[in-house]
Ligand binder design. Structure first.
Ligand SMILES: [Zn+2]
Length: 428
């Protein structure tokens, strides 16, 4: 009877705790991916707002500032679209983010322009393509993005050369390019600035009378944007010099014009929420080792925050016993994938074994992949796993990655698994 009561009690505390994690996690995702955070990017100081929010959570949870401050700043260039963002094709207004995307490296533009279409035979010879480019002087070129499979090897070379020219050449020939595509619109952020207007339009949104394009597009090149990594730690109970690190990038893509926000709920409000849930757990139940919680900036712009950390804090790298990077943790209907799982097989088997208690639907290994912040550390010999959830909604780098539709299906299960894994890691 006593044992039963004990088990029941254990179950109840455990249950309350994990349930609370989900409520806390939900609140964090709603805030970080909410309208007020402006997509945690480079319009209206979105990324700084998110940094301040995370630091305030660190303080509330009792995390210590790392080397005297939660904020660790660095600079990088970034291309932004802070104001007007309108495109009219053949007199029809297109909806930003739904009907079209501006290339992240595009410059801005203002006015109505004639259209010149690249025909399939233009790819047969560079001279023909060059003539087409000249024909489009002071106007916009229209290029099919779906034809790649149909082109021969030689034609592909001509197309690649033309696109390269359009992106990089400063010759004042073509004002802009419209790429017509049937694929899903997926946006990103750029640290480069191209000399023309580059737009991708969904093919099905193109009107019949495609005769002209009118653009009103504000673009602002920031040669030196200041961002900050947010770093806090939980002091270990023991004397060990080793550190366990939990990382998650908090930046996203921000805004494409004044009206269109990319909320980044799954990418990566969810990972930051998981990081904060873990911080809350371990500030209450510290490990023997020090635990560093690193909310990195500038990931979408090229893993810049993680890279700056690894340069600024070089001396800590050899002390890192394990780094867990969390990016896109908001679903889990089909379980999780562990990047570097097939590199560090012993630790991966441990994680699978621990999942008998956490009960995620599946824990799958993957090899190396330089697709998130862990990559910077992995390349410098720091042992790491990058964990993302599988299944559920497919929104990615688009306006549909919203908190309202992010299910957090296996958030508690994943939280439990990560707690168990970090506990096991320090016993190794
Ligand atoms: Zn991400």
């Amino acid at each position: 009877m006593k044992r039963l009561l004990f088990l029941l009690l254990l179950f109840l505390t455990e249950y309350q705790q994990t349930c609370a994690q989900k409520n806390y996690g939900r609140r964090l995702v709603d805030t970080l991916a909410g309208e007020a955070m402006k997509g945690r990017g480079y319009v209206g100081g979105g990324d700084s707002l998110a940094a301040r929010f995370i630091a305030a959570e660190f303080r509330t949870l009792g995390l210590l500032p790392y080397k005297g401050s939660y904020f660790h700043s660095f600079e990088f260039p970034v291309n932004t679209f802070p104001g007007k963002m309108s495109v009219e094709l053949g007199g029809k207004a297109l909806v930003p983010g739904v009907d079209f995307l501006v290339d992240p490296s595009s410059r801005g533009g203002e006015g109505t322009f004639s259209l010149v279409f690249v025909e399939p035979e233009d790819y047969k010879l560079w001279d023909r393509m060059a003539a087409r480019l000249r024909e489009a002087a002071k106007g916009f070129l229209v290029m099919d993005e779906d034809d790649w499979e149909r082109l021969s090897e030689a034609e592909r070379k001509v197309k690649e050369l033309a696109v390269k020219y359009l992106k990089f050449s400063k010759e004042p020939l073509v004002e802009g390019v419209i790429f017509l595509s049937s694929r899903k619109l997926t946006w990103s952020v750029s640290t480069k600035e191209f000399p023309r207007v580059l737009i991708t339009v969904k093919k099905e949104k193109v009107p019949e009378n495609l005769d002209s394009v009118t653009v009103h597009m504000d673009q602002h090149w920031k040669s030196s944007h200041i961002a900050q990594n947010v770093l806090g730690w939980v002091k270990g109970k023991g004397k060990s010099d080793s550190v366990l690190v939990v990382s998650a990038h908090y930046d996203h893509l921000g805004k494409m014009g004044a009206q269109t926000v990319f909320p980044g709920a799954n990418d990566n409000a969810s990972g930051v929420a998981m990081l904060l849930c873990l911080a809350r757990h371990f500030s209450e139940y510290p490990l023997e080792h020090d635990l560093l919680f690193a909310a990195f900036a500038g990931e979408e712009a090229g893993l810049i925050g993680a890279s700056e950390f690894s340069k600024q804090e070089k001396e800590i790298l050899p002390r890192i016993k394990w780094l867990l990077n969390l990016d896109m943790n908001g679903t889990g209907d089909d379980g999780i994938t562990v990047v570097n799982g097939s590199v560090h097989q012993k630790e991966f088997r441990k994680m699978q074994e621990l999942n008998q208690q956490a009960m995620l639907p599946s824990v799958k290994p993957r090899g190396e992949a330089c697709n998130s912040d862990h990559c910077i550390f992995h390349r410098q010999g720091v042992k790491s796993f990058f964990i993302y959830t599988r299944g559920g909604i497919k929104a990615y780098h688009d306006i549909h990655d919203r908190p309202e539709t992010l299910p957090l299906t296996k958030f508690d299960e994943l939280h439990r698994l990560l707690v168990l894994f970090l506990q096991a890691q320090e016993r190794e």
